[in-house]
Design a protein around this ligand. Structure first.
Ligand code: UD1
Length: 418
C-alpha cells in the first residue's frame, strides 16, 4: 500500500483549487438511478469513494462514461437490485442506493454496512423512514430486503438529523404517490445540492437546507446535467494547513458560505482571512490561540473537520477542549498524534489538548479518512520526517492531496509499495 512522506517545517504559500465535494457527488451519482437516459455530472472529484459508487452503479446495470471530471450515467438498463456486501463494506454511503432502488424497481437488497472505525453508525432511521413510505423491510443474512409496489408519501421524523438518511428518503419519496414530509432533516449543503439536482430532473422538493422538507411525488423523472458543488471539508483542511504553517494560502473554487463554522473558529485562533465570492485567502498568525470546539450537525462545526482542528490545537498556545457529539468513537487519531508529541487526554466525548511547542515526525497510521488527513497536517509542522501509512483512506476522500500540498510548498511525496 502507498505511503506519504512529509518533511515538516515548510511554510505554505500559493493557490489551491478545491475539488468537487465527495459527499455531494456520491448521492448525486446515485440519483441517476431514478431516471432513464444519460445524466451528465461535471466537477466530479477523482476519488476512491467515487470509483466505488460507480462500480456499484454499473453492477446494478447502469452504463457509465468518464472523461476527466465529467461523469455520464444512464440507468436505463437497471437490472439488478442487490448491493452486495463487498461493495457496501468498502463504503457505507453505498446504502444510498436503497431508496432509489425501491422507488424505481419496487425492491432492493442491500448489505447492512456494519460498524466502522468511527462508530456503530446504524441505518435504523433510513429503514424506519422507508417503512413509513410503505415499504416492507426484512433483515436477513446480513442484508436489508425492502419491497413495495409504489411507495406512498408519509410523515417522517428523524430522531437524529442523519445526512445520508435524509438523502436516501428524499430519493425514495420523489417517485412516491402523494406528499412526504421529512422533519428534523439534516441541513447540510450536500442535501441542498441533491435536492437541486432532483428538482432539475423534474422532482418537486421544497425546503431542503431547512429541517422541514416537503416532497410532492411525481410519476417519473428526466435525466439532468449538473455540476457538483465544491468540497467544504477539503477546503477546511487546506485552511487549517495554512494557519498551522503560518502560511498564506488562497483557496479557489470554494464556497465560503458553507464554511462559516470553520471560518469562525479559525478567526478565533488568530488567522487573518479575506473572503471573496468563490475564494478564501487565509494567513496564519505567529501565535495560534487555543479555541474550544464542539462538533454539531450543519451549520455547526463539522465532525469531518474535528481531527484536522485538533492538530492545530496541538500546537496552539494554551489549553482547548474539543467535544465530539456526532460519532462516539471519532478520536482514533489521538493516539497517533500523541506518538508525534501532542499532549491530548480523552475523557468521554471530549479531548483536552494542551498545546506543545513542537510535534516530532513519526511513522503513523490511521483507520479513517479525516484522521489520515490530520496526520498529514501534523507532518507539515512536525520536526523531521513523518510517514503516513494506509494512504488508502486518504484516497477515498481527497483528490491528489500530495500534489496540491506540493504545489503550495510542502515537502511531501508518495511512495508506492516496495
Ligand atoms: C455523513 C457524511 C460523513 C459525515 C456525517 C456527519 C456522507 C457520505 N457522509 O455520514 O462524512 O461525517 O454525515 O456529518 O455524506 N444515525 C443513527 N441512525 C441512522 C443514521 C444515523 O443513529 O439510521 C446516527 C449516526 O450514528 C451518527 C448521527 O446519526 O451518530 C449522524 O450520522 P449521519 O448524518 O447519518 O452520517 P452519515 O450520513 O453516515
Amino acid at each position: 500500500m502507498d505511503r506519504i512522506i512529509v518533511e515538516g517545517g515548510r511554510i505554505l504559500r500559493g493557490d489551491v483549487k478545491i475539488s468537487g465535494a465527495k459527499n455531494a457527488a456520491l448521492p448525486i451519482l446515485v440519483s441517476a438511478l431514478l431516471a432513464d437516459g444519460w445524466n451528465t455530472y461535471h466537477n466530479v472529484p477523482n476519488l476512491q469513494d467515487v470509483q466505488s459508487i460507480k462500480h456499484l452503479l454499473s453492477h446494478l446495470g447502469a452504463r457509465i462514461e468518464t472523461e476527466e471530471d465529467t461523469v455520464r450515467i444512464d440507468a436505463g438498463g437497471l437490472c439488478d437490485s442487490e448491493a452486495p456486501y463487498d461493495l457496501v463494506r468498502k463504503m457505507r454511503a453505498s446504502v444510498l442506493v436503497l431508496g432509489p432502488l425501491v422507488a424505481r424497481l419496487g425492491k432492493a437488497r442491500v448489505s447492512l454496512p456494519g460498524g466502522c472505525a468511527i462508530g456503530a453508525r446504524p441505518i435504523n432511521l433510513h429503514l424506519k423512514g422507508l417503512s413509513q413510505l410503505g415499504a416492507s423491510i426484512r433483515l436477513e443474512h446480513g442484508y436489508v430486503e425492502a419491497s413495495s409496489d409504489r411507495l406512498k408519501g408519509g410523515d417522517i421524523y428523524f430522531d437524529i438529523p442523519s445526512v445520508t438518511g435524509t438523502e436516501n428518503l428524499m430519493m425514495a419519496a420523489v417517485l412516491a404517490e402523494g406528499r412526504t414530509t421529512l422533519r428534523n432533516s439534516a441541513r447540510e449543503p450536500e442535501i441542498v445540492a441533491l435536492a437541486d439536482v432532483l428538482n432539475e430532473m423534474g422532482a418537486d422538493i421544497h425546503g431542503a437546507g431547512n429541517s422541514l422538507i416537503t416532497i410532492n411525488g411525481v410519476s417519473s423523472l428526466e435525466p439532468a446535467e449538473v455540476s457538483i458543488i465544491s468540497d467544504r471539508i477539503e477546503a477546511g483542511t487546506f485552511m487549517v494547513a495554512s494557519v498551522l504553517t503560518r502560511g498564506d494560502v488562497t483557496l479557489l473554487n470554494c464556497e465560503p458560505a458553507h464554511l462559516s463554522g470553520v471560518i469562525d473558529k479559525l478567526r478565533l485562533t488568530g488567522a487573518d482571512m479575506e473572503i471573496g465570492d468563490k475564494t478564501i485567502r487565509i494567513k496564519g498568525s505567529d501565535e495560534i490561540e487555543s479555541v474550544d470546539v464542539k462538533t454539531l450537525p450543519y451549520p455547526g462545526f463539522p465532525t469531518d473537520m474535528q481531527a484536522q482542528f485538533m492538530v492545530l490545537m496541538s500546537v496552539a498556545k494554551g489549553l482547548s477542549i474539543i467535544s465530539e457529539t456526532i460519532f462516539e468513537n471519532r478520536f482514533i487519531h489521538v493516539s497517533e498524534l500523541r506518538r508525534m508529541g501532542a499532549d491530548i487526554t480523552v475523557s468521554g466525548n471530549s479531548a483536552i489538548i494542551r498545546g506543545v511547542r513542537m510535534l516530532s515526525g513519526a511513522q503513523v497510521m490511521a483507520t479513517d479518512l479525516r484522521a489520515s488527513a490530520s496526520l498529514i497536517l501534523a507532518g507539515l509542522v512536525a520536526q523531521d520526517k513523518t510517514e503516513v501509512n494506509r494512504v488508502y483512506h486518504l484516497d477515498r476522500g481527497y483528490e491528489a492531496i500530495e500534489d496540491k500540498f506540493e504545489r503550495i510548498g510542502a515537502a511531501i511525496r508518495r511512495i508506492g509499495p516496495p
